[in-house]
Design a protein around this ligand. Structure first.
Ligand code: UT7
Length: 324
């Protein structure tokens, strides 16, 4: 017998306040035409002033637990991918642990910016397969609006807030069983490129949270190259072909980057889950938000093979291949 990481359920949450490109153009020197043409984004959601990352994460987590039909008390591992925690410490994950009534196991955050969800999934998959956890919550949650520099039009139009979660459960199966649950995860970092996408403040430096700063064109080029490489790596590791995939669930940063990865995989755009138009870039939340959208709208069905991929500050990038 062996243990697999089964995707048992998903959930997501978006703050009520939506801001369209036209509304943004009233306070930023930009236009709806520019934002749509360069990114595909039409609107984004922003958290209310008294709404924190843990509030968004909790709502997504509760929906994922309900979808999976599992009680919060049975969860023994919570990993949150976030770069915008409520406070410097404790981790957002322990705030979720408290609220869902989970009293055992471990809860901690993973900091890999937009790749945070894939990194969190990779950690959870390993912990489940090595017998360290049985019922896990993997969450991506962000209030990126808190670190937006409203004086920088090249970045402030790109981001939004939100959260998504999945429940991953350990399941014992025959050794011969292949291709179920999380098939593999692949994560990478290249710290020498940290200056391309970073936050200008922090606890140890400025004692402020700082602002998001990005060399967009450079990040774009690395995203296209690294994502093409990592999706190839995921397929090769599992002896699979592009044509075996049912869905691409990409990080929703830019429609042009998504199109380029889909092209590399020879996937028609109707096999790509797209939420970038409505959500903008929600960093670590974007993949679970897109996955939940795909599942709840009936596009992604049980048994479908899905490839998730992301790239973010660090630089970090990664992919996860899983059977829903
Ligand atoms: O999630 C983490 C990973 N992040 C990403 O993957 C983002 C990667 N980068 C991108 O998506 C794109 O580089 C951007 C969307 C950020 C920018 O698109 P671009 O095609 O690379 O535009 P650009 O930065 O080269 O700017 C082109 C022009 C410039 O004007 P000039 O110099 O050509 O006259 C900018 O000043 O567009 C101008 N511009 C704007 N105009 C209207 C820049 N921002 C804006 C704006 N509204 N908001």
């Amino acid at each position: 017998m062996k243990i697999i990481s089964k995707l048992a359920g998903c959930g997501s949450y978006l703050p009520q306040n939506t801001v369209t490109n036209d509304e943004l153009a009233k306070k930023v020197d930009t236009t709806d035409e520019w934002i749509v043409a360069r990114t595909g984004i039409s609107q984004r959601h922003f958290a209310a002033d008294d709404e924190y990352t843990s509030d968004l994460a909790l709502k997504a987590a509760e929906r994922a637990l309900e979808h999976a039909g599992i009680d919060g008390a049975d969860i023994d591992l919570i990993v949150v991918g976030t770069t915008t925690p409520d406070r410097t410490f404790p981790a957002v994950a322990v705030l979720i642990q408290k609220e869902i009534g989970c009293r055992t196991g471990a809860a901690f955050d993973v900091q890999a910016v937009c790749s945070g969800f894939i990194f969190a999934m990779s950690v959870v998959d390993s912990m489940i397969k090595t017998g360290q956890a049985k019922n896990a919550l993997v969450i991506g949650a962000e209030t990126i609006s808190r670190i937006i520099d409203w004086e920088d039009r090249t970045t402030c139009v790109l981001f939004g807030d939100g959260a998504g979660a999945i429940v991953i459960q350990a399941e014992e199966v025959d050794d011969q069983m292949e291709g179920e649950g999380v098939l593999s995860t692949h994560i990478h970092s290249d710290g020498k490129l940290e200056e391309l996408l970073y936050c200008s403040g922090g606890v140890s430096t400025t004692q402020t949270s700082g602002y998001l700063t990005m060399a967009g064109k450079e990040v774009f080029k690395h995203a296209v190259t690294n994502l093409a490489a990592v999706v190839g790596e995921a397929l090769e590791a599992n002896n699979l072909q592009d044509s075996d995939l049912d869905w691409l669930v990409p990080h929703q940063a830019n429609m042009r980057i998504i199109t380029s990865t889909a092209k590399k995989l020879k996937m028609p755009m109707d096999k790509v889950i797209l939420t970038v138009q409505q959500h903008a870039n929600t960093s670590a939340a974007s993949i679970p938000l897109a996955l939940d959208h795909g599942v709840k709208t009936g596009l992604i069905k049980r048994g479908d093979l899905i490839l998730m991929e992301a790239m973010g500050g660090g630089l970090t990038w990664g992919a996860a291949l899983a059977r829903w």
